[in-house]
Design a protein around this ligand. Sequence first.
Ligand code: TRP
Ligand code: ZN
Length: 432
Amino acid sequence: MGDSFYPLLGNSGYDVLHYDIDLDVEPSANTIDAVTTLTAVAAADLAAFNLDFHGLNVSRVAVNGTETGFSRDGQELTIELVEPISSGAQFTVAVSYSGTPQPIDDPGVPYKALGWHSDQGVIYTASEPSGSMTWYPSNNHPTDKANFTFRITVPDGVTAAATGLLTDEISANGRTTTTWQMNDPMATYLAAVYIGDFERHEQRLDNGLLIRDYVPRGSDASVLDSLAVAPEAIRFFEEILGPYPFDAYGTIVMPFPLGFALENQTLSIHGPDTVYPYVIAHEVIHQWMGDSVTVDDWSHIWLHEGFAHYLGLMFIADFTGQELEALMAGEHLELTAAETSPPGAIQAHELFDFNTVYRRGALTLHALHTLVGDDLFFSIVRTHYDQSAGGNTNTDLFLEIVDDLAGTGAVSLVESWLYDPEMPGIVSGPTL
Ligand code: TRP
Ligand code: ZN
Protein backbone atom coordinates (compact mmCIF):
# COMPACT_ATOMS: atom_id res chain seq x y z
CA MET A 1 0.00 0.00 0.00
CA GLY A 2 3.07 2.25 0.11
CA ASP A 3 2.73 3.30 3.75
CA SER A 4 5.59 5.60 4.67
CA PHE A 5 6.33 3.77 7.94
CA TYR A 6 5.16 0.27 7.06
CA PRO A 7 6.05 -0.42 3.40
CA LEU A 8 5.37 -4.13 3.83
CA LEU A 9 1.87 -3.76 5.24
CA GLY A 10 -1.02 -4.16 2.88
CA ASN A 11 -1.12 -5.21 -0.74
CA SER A 12 -2.55 -3.65 -3.83
CA GLY A 13 -4.41 -5.51 -6.56
CA TYR A 14 -7.58 -6.27 -4.62
CA ASP A 15 -10.05 -4.76 -2.18
CA VAL A 16 -11.34 -6.87 0.72
CA LEU A 17 -15.10 -6.63 1.32
CA HIS A 18 -15.46 -9.11 4.16
CA TYR A 19 -13.46 -11.27 6.56
CA ASP A 20 -14.92 -14.42 8.06
CA ILE A 21 -12.61 -15.39 10.94
CA ASP A 22 -13.40 -18.81 12.35
CA LEU A 23 -11.27 -19.61 15.39
CA ASP A 24 -11.44 -22.82 17.37
CA VAL A 25 -9.46 -22.00 20.50
CA GLU A 26 -8.03 -24.22 23.23
CA PRO A 27 -7.42 -21.55 25.87
CA SER A 28 -5.45 -23.72 28.32
CA ALA A 29 -2.92 -24.68 25.62
CA ASN A 30 -3.17 -21.33 23.81
CA THR A 31 -3.61 -23.06 20.47
CA ILE A 32 -5.97 -22.26 17.64
CA ASP A 33 -7.34 -24.17 14.69
CA ALA A 34 -8.66 -21.59 12.27
CA VAL A 35 -10.05 -20.76 8.87
CA THR A 36 -10.17 -17.15 7.70
CA THR A 37 -12.10 -16.52 4.51
CA LEU A 38 -11.75 -13.22 2.70
CA THR A 39 -14.23 -12.03 0.10
CA ALA A 40 -12.52 -9.53 -2.18
CA VAL A 41 -12.78 -7.77 -5.51
CA ALA A 42 -9.81 -7.78 -7.88
CA ALA A 43 -8.58 -4.27 -8.69
CA ALA A 44 -6.37 -5.56 -11.53
CA ASP A 45 -5.93 -8.79 -13.47
CA LEU A 46 -4.31 -11.13 -10.92
CA ALA A 47 -2.08 -14.15 -11.51
CA ALA A 48 -1.04 -14.13 -7.85
CA PHE A 49 -1.59 -11.92 -4.85
CA ASN A 50 -0.32 -11.45 -1.29
CA LEU A 51 -1.84 -11.44 2.15
CA ASP A 52 -0.09 -10.31 5.34
CA PHE A 53 0.30 -13.19 7.76
CA HIS A 54 2.96 -13.86 10.37
CA GLY A 55 3.76 -17.19 12.05
CA LEU A 56 1.36 -20.14 12.58
CA ASN A 57 1.17 -23.12 10.22
CA VAL A 58 -0.82 -22.76 7.03
CA SER A 59 -2.21 -26.11 5.91
CA ARG A 60 -4.43 -25.14 2.99
CA VAL A 61 -5.41 -22.22 0.80
CA ALA A 62 -8.48 -22.32 -1.44
CA VAL A 63 -9.58 -19.71 -3.95
CA ASN A 64 -13.28 -19.83 -4.86
CA GLY A 65 -13.38 -23.22 -3.16
CA THR A 66 -10.51 -24.76 -5.13
CA GLU A 67 -7.26 -25.62 -3.37
CA THR A 68 -4.35 -23.60 -4.69
CA GLY A 69 -0.60 -23.24 -4.17
CA PHE A 70 0.96 -20.75 -1.80
CA SER A 71 4.33 -19.75 -0.44
CA ARG A 72 5.48 -17.78 2.58
CA ASP A 73 8.29 -15.32 3.05
CA GLY A 74 8.32 -13.44 6.34
CA GLN A 75 4.98 -11.73 6.72
CA GLU A 76 4.00 -12.21 3.07
CA LEU A 77 1.69 -15.08 2.15
CA THR A 78 1.71 -15.37 -1.63
CA ILE A 79 -1.19 -17.13 -3.29
CA GLU A 80 -0.59 -18.55 -6.73
CA LEU A 81 -3.71 -18.75 -8.80
CA VAL A 82 -4.54 -21.78 -10.92
CA GLU A 83 -6.63 -19.51 -13.11
CA PRO A 84 -6.08 -15.75 -13.18
CA ILE A 85 -8.74 -13.51 -11.71
CA SER A 86 -9.87 -10.64 -13.92
CA SER A 87 -10.09 -7.10 -12.75
CA GLY A 88 -13.47 -6.40 -11.19
CA ALA A 89 -14.22 -10.04 -10.36
CA GLN A 90 -15.28 -10.97 -6.85
CA PHE A 91 -13.52 -13.97 -5.31
CA THR A 92 -13.02 -15.75 -2.00
CA VAL A 93 -9.79 -16.98 -0.47
CA ALA A 94 -9.93 -19.35 2.50
CA VAL A 95 -6.77 -19.88 4.56
CA SER A 96 -6.66 -22.79 7.02
CA TYR A 97 -4.06 -22.53 9.79
CA SER A 98 -3.22 -23.64 13.28
CA GLY A 99 -0.73 -23.36 16.13
CA THR A 100 0.07 -20.90 18.90
CA PRO A 101 -0.08 -17.29 17.71
CA GLN A 102 3.02 -15.31 18.68
CA PRO A 103 2.91 -11.55 19.22
CA ILE A 104 5.39 -9.52 17.19
CA ASP A 105 7.62 -6.52 17.80
CA ASP A 106 6.64 -3.33 16.03
CA PRO A 107 8.99 -0.32 15.99
CA GLY A 108 5.95 1.96 16.44
CA VAL A 109 5.05 0.46 19.82
CA PRO A 110 8.34 -0.16 21.64
CA TYR A 111 6.56 -0.83 24.94
CA LYS A 112 4.41 -3.78 23.89
CA ALA A 113 4.49 -6.81 21.59
CA LEU A 114 1.50 -6.71 19.25
CA GLY A 115 -1.19 -9.17 18.30
CA TRP A 116 -2.39 -12.24 20.14
CA HIS A 117 -1.56 -12.53 23.84
CA SER A 118 -2.20 -15.27 26.36
CA ASP A 119 -1.69 -14.09 29.92
CA GLN A 120 -2.94 -15.39 33.29
CA GLY A 121 -5.76 -17.45 31.82
CA VAL A 122 -6.93 -14.75 29.43
CA ILE A 123 -6.46 -14.43 25.69
CA TYR A 124 -6.72 -10.96 24.19
CA THR A 125 -5.55 -9.17 21.07
CA ALA A 126 -3.98 -5.69 20.92
CA SER A 127 -2.86 -5.11 17.36
CA GLU A 128 -2.38 -1.43 16.49
CA PRO A 129 -0.77 -0.97 14.03
CA SER A 130 0.64 -4.23 12.63
CA GLY A 131 -0.33 -7.08 15.02
CA SER A 132 -3.51 -8.45 13.48
CA MET A 133 -1.40 -10.53 11.08
CA THR A 134 -0.34 -12.68 14.08
CA TRP A 135 -3.83 -14.19 14.27
CA TYR A 136 -5.51 -13.81 10.89
CA PRO A 137 -4.34 -13.26 7.30
CA SER A 138 -5.40 -9.93 5.84
CA ASN A 139 -4.71 -6.93 3.72
CA ASN A 140 -3.19 -5.34 6.79
CA HIS A 141 -3.49 -1.63 6.09
CA PRO A 142 -6.20 0.80 7.27
CA THR A 143 -6.98 1.95 3.72
CA ASP A 144 -8.63 -1.42 3.03
CA LYS A 145 -11.50 -1.52 5.50
CA ALA A 146 -14.01 -4.36 5.41
CA ASN A 147 -16.92 -5.92 7.28
CA PHE A 148 -16.17 -8.85 9.58
CA THR A 149 -17.74 -12.00 10.98
CA PHE A 150 -16.01 -13.70 13.92
CA ARG A 151 -16.87 -17.26 14.95
CA ILE A 152 -15.11 -18.25 18.14
CA THR A 153 -15.31 -21.74 19.58
CA VAL A 154 -14.17 -22.33 23.16
CA PRO A 155 -14.91 -24.93 25.88
CA ASP A 156 -18.36 -24.50 27.50
CA GLY A 157 -18.22 -22.08 30.41
CA VAL A 158 -15.43 -19.95 28.95
CA THR A 159 -16.48 -16.48 27.76
CA ALA A 160 -15.51 -15.31 24.30
CA ALA A 161 -16.09 -11.81 22.97
CA ALA A 162 -15.19 -9.95 19.79
CA THR A 163 -15.58 -6.61 18.11
CA GLY A 164 -19.14 -6.31 16.78
CA LEU A 165 -22.61 -7.56 17.65
CA LEU A 166 -23.15 -10.97 19.22
CA THR A 167 -25.59 -12.62 16.83
CA ASP A 168 -25.50 -16.32 17.66
CA GLU A 169 -24.44 -18.78 20.34
CA ILE A 170 -24.52 -22.58 19.93
CA SER A 171 -23.19 -25.33 22.19
CA ALA A 172 -22.37 -28.85 21.04
CA ASN A 173 -20.04 -31.54 22.37
CA GLY A 174 -18.82 -29.46 25.26
CA ARG A 175 -17.87 -26.48 23.13
CA THR A 176 -19.63 -23.19 22.53
CA THR A 177 -19.44 -21.13 19.36
CA THR A 178 -20.35 -17.46 19.42
CA THR A 179 -20.77 -15.40 16.25
CA TRP A 180 -20.03 -11.69 16.04
CA GLN A 181 -20.88 -9.32 13.20
CA MET A 182 -19.10 -6.08 12.44
CA ASN A 183 -21.53 -4.45 10.03
CA ASP A 184 -19.56 -1.23 9.54
CA PRO A 185 -16.23 -0.89 7.75
CA MET A 186 -13.35 -1.75 10.08
CA ALA A 187 -9.58 -1.45 9.68
CA THR A 188 -7.76 -4.74 10.27
CA TYR A 189 -5.88 -3.42 13.34
CA LEU A 190 -9.16 -2.73 15.18
CA ALA A 191 -10.45 -6.30 15.07
CA ALA A 192 -10.17 -8.04 18.43
CA VAL A 193 -11.08 -11.21 20.29
CA TYR A 194 -11.07 -11.78 24.04
CA ILE A 195 -11.36 -15.13 25.82
CA GLY A 196 -11.48 -15.80 29.56
CA ASP A 197 -13.70 -15.80 32.61
CA PHE A 198 -15.76 -12.64 32.08
CA GLU A 199 -19.29 -11.46 32.89
CA ARG A 200 -21.26 -9.60 30.26
CA HIS A 201 -23.29 -6.56 31.35
CA GLU A 202 -25.73 -4.97 28.92
CA GLN A 203 -27.71 -1.78 28.87
CA ARG A 204 -29.46 0.44 26.31
CA LEU A 205 -28.92 4.17 26.32
CA ASP A 206 -31.88 6.51 25.85
CA ASN A 207 -31.01 6.84 22.19
CA GLY A 208 -31.15 3.03 21.76
CA LEU A 209 -27.41 2.42 21.60
CA LEU A 210 -26.37 -0.96 23.01
CA ILE A 211 -23.65 -0.88 25.64
CA ARG A 212 -22.14 -4.22 26.59
CA ASP A 213 -19.24 -4.40 28.97
CA TYR A 214 -17.14 -7.35 30.07
CA VAL A 215 -15.51 -7.51 33.48
CA PRO A 216 -13.69 -10.38 35.21
CA ARG A 217 -16.29 -12.66 36.82
CA GLY A 218 -16.81 -11.70 40.44
CA SER A 219 -15.45 -8.15 40.04
CA ASP A 220 -16.71 -5.80 42.69
CA ALA A 221 -19.32 -3.23 41.84
CA SER A 222 -16.78 -0.42 41.75
CA VAL A 223 -15.41 -1.70 38.42
CA LEU A 224 -18.82 -1.47 36.75
CA ASP A 225 -19.42 1.88 38.44
CA SER A 226 -16.24 3.25 36.90
CA LEU A 227 -17.45 2.20 33.43
CA ALA A 228 -20.52 4.42 33.79
CA VAL A 229 -18.37 7.27 32.47
CA ALA A 230 -18.48 5.76 28.96
CA PRO A 231 -22.17 6.56 28.26
CA GLU A 232 -21.60 10.09 29.54
CA ALA A 233 -18.63 10.46 27.22
CA ILE A 234 -20.67 9.11 24.30
CA ARG A 235 -23.39 11.71 24.93
CA PHE A 236 -20.76 14.45 25.22
CA PHE A 237 -19.03 13.52 21.94
CA GLU A 238 -22.34 13.06 20.10
CA GLU A 239 -22.96 16.76 20.73
CA ILE A 240 -19.68 17.59 18.99
CA LEU A 241 -19.47 14.97 16.25
CA GLY A 242 -22.96 13.62 15.70
CA PRO A 243 -24.34 10.12 16.30
CA TYR A 244 -22.04 7.39 17.65
CA PRO A 245 -20.75 5.63 14.52
CA PHE A 246 -21.32 1.91 15.27
CA ASP A 247 -23.92 -0.64 16.45
CA ALA A 248 -22.63 -0.85 20.03
CA TYR A 249 -19.96 0.23 22.46
CA GLY A 250 -18.38 -1.45 25.42
CA THR A 251 -15.32 -1.86 27.55
CA ILE A 252 -13.62 -5.12 28.45
CA VAL A 253 -11.55 -4.98 31.62
CA MET A 254 -8.72 -7.48 32.01
CA PRO A 255 -8.18 -9.17 35.39
CA PHE A 256 -4.62 -7.78 35.53
CA PRO A 257 -2.98 -4.37 34.92
CA LEU A 258 -2.19 -3.65 31.29
CA GLY A 259 -0.52 -0.24 31.40
CA PHE A 260 -2.57 0.84 28.38
CA ALA A 261 -5.97 0.81 26.76
CA LEU A 262 -6.81 0.36 23.10
CA GLU A 263 -9.80 1.48 21.04
CA ASN A 264 -10.74 -1.80 19.32
CA GLN A 265 -13.84 -1.04 17.30
CA THR A 266 -16.99 -1.18 19.49
CA LEU A 267 -15.16 -2.97 22.35
CA SER A 268 -12.14 -1.20 23.85
CA ILE A 269 -9.69 -3.08 26.03
CA HIS A 270 -8.63 -1.67 29.40
CA GLY A 271 -6.86 -2.93 32.48
CA PRO A 272 -8.07 -2.22 36.01
CA ASP A 273 -5.27 0.36 35.99
CA THR A 274 -6.77 2.22 33.01
CA VAL A 275 -10.49 2.38 33.85
CA TYR A 276 -10.58 5.98 34.90
CA PRO A 277 -12.48 8.84 33.25
CA TYR A 278 -9.71 10.29 31.10
CA VAL A 279 -8.74 6.95 29.51
CA ILE A 280 -12.35 5.78 29.15
CA ALA A 281 -13.25 9.03 27.36
CA HIS A 282 -10.07 8.75 25.24
CA GLU A 283 -11.03 5.29 23.91
CA VAL A 284 -14.64 6.43 23.39
CA ILE A 285 -13.63 9.41 21.25
CA HIS A 286 -11.39 7.12 19.18
CA GLN A 287 -14.54 5.38 17.94
CA TRP A 288 -15.16 8.51 15.84
CA MET A 289 -11.57 9.68 15.45
CA GLY A 290 -9.41 6.70 14.58
CA ASP A 291 -11.95 3.94 14.10
CA SER A 292 -14.60 5.52 11.87
CA VAL A 293 -12.22 8.13 10.42
CA THR A 294 -8.85 6.43 10.02
CA VAL A 295 -5.58 7.77 8.68
CA ASP A 296 -4.56 6.59 5.22
CA ASP A 297 -0.88 6.52 6.21
CA TRP A 298 0.43 5.77 9.71
CA SER A 299 2.61 8.89 9.69
CA HIS A 300 -0.59 10.98 10.18
CA ILE A 301 -1.37 9.32 13.52
CA TRP A 302 -1.63 12.70 15.29
CA LEU A 303 -5.12 12.89 13.72
CA HIS A 304 -6.12 9.95 15.95
CA GLU A 305 -4.19 10.68 19.09
CA GLY A 306 -4.22 14.49 19.05
CA PHE A 307 -8.01 14.50 18.66
CA ALA A 308 -8.49 11.79 21.28
CA HIS A 309 -6.28 13.63 23.77
CA TYR A 310 -7.83 17.04 23.09
CA LEU A 311 -11.48 16.01 23.07
CA GLY A 312 -10.74 13.69 26.01
CA LEU A 313 -9.43 16.67 28.00
CA MET A 314 -12.46 18.68 26.89
CA PHE A 315 -14.67 15.97 28.36
CA ILE A 316 -12.61 15.93 31.58
CA ALA A 317 -12.85 19.71 31.91
CA ASP A 318 -16.61 19.44 31.62
CA PHE A 319 -16.84 16.37 33.86
CA THR A 320 -14.73 17.80 36.68
CA GLY A 321 -15.64 21.47 36.33
CA GLN A 322 -12.09 22.52 35.45
CA GLU A 323 -11.28 25.15 32.83
CA LEU A 324 -10.08 23.68 29.54
CA GLU A 325 -7.91 26.76 29.15
CA ALA A 326 -6.11 25.95 32.41
CA LEU A 327 -5.63 22.29 31.50
CA MET A 328 -4.12 23.25 28.15
CA ALA A 329 -1.89 25.91 29.69
CA GLY A 330 -0.51 23.19 31.95
CA GLU A 331 0.08 20.94 28.94
CA HIS A 332 1.87 23.76 27.15
CA LEU A 333 4.16 24.52 30.06
CA GLU A 334 5.26 20.91 30.41
CA LEU A 335 5.76 20.36 26.69
CA THR A 336 7.77 23.54 26.32
CA ALA A 337 10.03 22.48 29.19
CA ALA A 338 10.45 19.08 27.49
CA GLU A 339 11.29 20.71 24.12
CA THR A 340 8.67 18.51 22.49
CA SER A 341 9.13 17.77 18.79
CA PRO A 342 6.37 18.34 16.19
CA PRO A 343 3.63 15.72 15.63
CA GLY A 344 3.49 16.18 11.85
CA ALA A 345 7.14 15.24 11.37
CA ILE A 346 7.58 12.06 13.38
CA GLN A 347 9.69 8.99 12.80
CA ALA A 348 8.31 5.46 12.94
CA HIS A 349 9.41 4.86 16.55
CA GLU A 350 7.54 8.00 17.71
CA LEU A 351 4.15 6.82 16.44
CA PHE A 352 2.59 6.78 19.91
CA ASP A 353 4.96 9.19 21.66
CA PHE A 354 2.75 10.74 24.30
CA ASN A 355 4.37 14.20 24.33
CA THR A 356 4.91 14.59 20.60
CA VAL A 357 1.83 12.97 19.12
CA TYR A 358 -0.86 13.06 21.79
CA ARG A 359 -0.05 16.23 23.72
CA ARG A 360 1.43 18.48 21.01
CA GLY A 361 -1.24 17.10 18.65
CA ALA A 362 -3.88 18.26 21.14
CA LEU A 363 -2.21 21.65 21.55
CA THR A 364 -2.27 22.01 17.76
CA LEU A 365 -6.04 21.69 17.87
CA HIS A 366 -6.25 23.94 20.89
CA ALA A 367 -4.27 26.66 19.11
CA LEU A 368 -6.71 26.47 16.20
CA HIS A 369 -9.68 26.49 18.59
CA THR A 370 -8.35 29.54 20.40
CA LEU A 371 -7.70 31.40 17.16
CA VAL A 372 -11.07 30.77 15.50
CA GLY A 373 -13.46 30.37 18.46
CA ASP A 374 -16.01 27.69 19.31
CA ASP A 375 -18.37 27.89 16.35
CA LEU A 376 -15.77 27.72 13.63
CA PHE A 377 -13.61 25.19 15.48
CA PHE A 378 -16.51 22.77 15.98
CA SER A 379 -17.63 23.14 12.39
CA ILE A 380 -14.08 22.33 11.22
CA VAL A 381 -13.99 19.24 13.44
CA ARG A 382 -17.47 18.17 12.36
CA THR A 383 -16.68 18.68 8.67
CA HIS A 384 -13.44 16.71 9.03
CA TYR A 385 -15.35 13.85 10.65
CA ASP A 386 -18.35 13.85 8.29
CA GLN A 387 -16.19 14.00 5.19
CA SER A 388 -14.40 10.72 5.98
CA ALA A 389 -16.76 8.80 8.30
CA GLY A 390 -16.36 5.09 7.61
CA GLY A 391 -13.23 5.76 5.57
CA ASN A 392 -9.81 7.41 5.61
CA THR A 393 -8.24 10.81 5.94
CA ASN A 394 -4.87 12.56 6.21
CA THR A 395 -3.29 15.82 7.33
CA ASP A 396 -3.65 17.54 3.95
CA LEU A 397 -7.37 16.84 3.86
CA PHE A 398 -7.68 18.31 7.35
CA LEU A 399 -5.70 21.40 6.34
CA GLU A 400 -7.92 21.87 3.28
CA ILE A 401 -10.94 22.07 5.56
CA VAL A 402 -9.15 24.53 7.84
CA ASP A 403 -8.31 26.59 4.76
CA ASP A 404 -11.87 26.51 3.40
CA LEU A 405 -13.55 27.39 6.68
CA ALA A 406 -10.96 29.55 8.46
CA GLY A 407 -8.47 30.75 5.84
CA THR A 408 -4.73 30.74 5.32
CA GLY A 409 -3.84 32.39 8.63
CA ALA A 410 -5.38 29.45 10.47
CA VAL A 411 -3.54 27.01 8.18
CA SER A 412 -0.20 28.70 8.94
CA LEU A 413 -0.85 28.48 12.66
CA VAL A 414 -1.75 24.77 12.48
CA GLU A 415 1.31 24.11 10.31
CA SER A 416 3.61 25.77 12.82
CA TRP A 417 2.32 23.43 15.53
CA LEU A 418 2.54 20.40 13.27
CA TYR A 419 5.92 20.98 11.69
CA ASP A 420 8.09 23.59 13.44
CA PRO A 421 10.94 21.97 15.38
CA GLU A 422 10.43 24.58 18.14
CA MET A 423 7.38 24.55 20.39
CA PRO A 424 5.21 27.54 19.35
CA GLY A 425 3.98 29.93 22.04
CA ILE A 426 0.46 29.38 23.33
CA VAL A 427 -2.21 31.31 21.45
CA SER A 428 -4.33 33.42 23.73
CA GLY A 429 -7.37 34.56 21.86
CA PRO A 430 -10.21 36.67 23.17
CA THR A 431 -12.66 34.44 21.35
CA LEU A 432 -12.51 31.23 23.38
N1 TRP B 1 -4.14 3.78 20.48
C1 TRP B 1 -3.85 3.48 21.87
C2 TRP B 1 -4.42 4.66 22.65
O1 TRP B 1 -3.93 5.74 22.60
C3 TRP B 1 -2.36 3.27 22.15
C4 TRP B 1 -1.79 2.09 21.45
C5 TRP B 1 -1.31 2.02 20.18
C6 TRP B 1 -1.66 0.77 21.95
N2 TRP B 1 -0.89 0.76 19.88
C7 TRP B 1 -1.09 -0.01 20.94
C8 TRP B 1 -1.95 0.17 23.16
C9 TRP B 1 -0.86 -1.38 21.10
C10 TRP B 1 -1.71 -1.17 23.30
C11 TRP B 1 -1.16 -1.94 22.29
O2 TRP B 1 -5.43 4.60 23.24
ZN1 ZN C 1 -5.35 7.03 21.78
